[in-house]
Design a protein. Structure first.
Length: 86
């Protein structure tokens, strides 16, 4: 699925739970990751229902930050994304 934010085309891609795209630099696995380099939101395909809604809202916060050139420290951006997703 493709979507556009601020003139940028992004892709939403559901992947396996252990997909390399869900792996963080510290080796942990996330439920989802937004990659600004390839303009893709990777989501664990095992996430469903209200948890999927929350994960997508969280990742869309990252998409909007990237698409609008906002430079927020990642710790702060994660707090904002969690707050808005909740």
């Amino acid at each position: 699925m493709y979507f556009t934010v601020n003139g940028q085309t992004w892709k939403l891609l559901f992947v396996g739970a252990n997909d390399v795209e869900l792996q963080r630099s510290n080796g942990t696995i996330s439920l989802a990751v937004t990659d600004n380099n390839d303009k893709t939101v990777y989501v664990n395909r095992n996430v469903h229902g209200s948890m999927l809604d929350k994960v997508l809202c969280h990742e869309l916060c990252h998409v909007f930050s990237f698409a609008h050139g906002l430079h927020i420290p990642i710790e702060t951006e994660e707090i904002i994304a969690d707050f808005l997703a909740t």
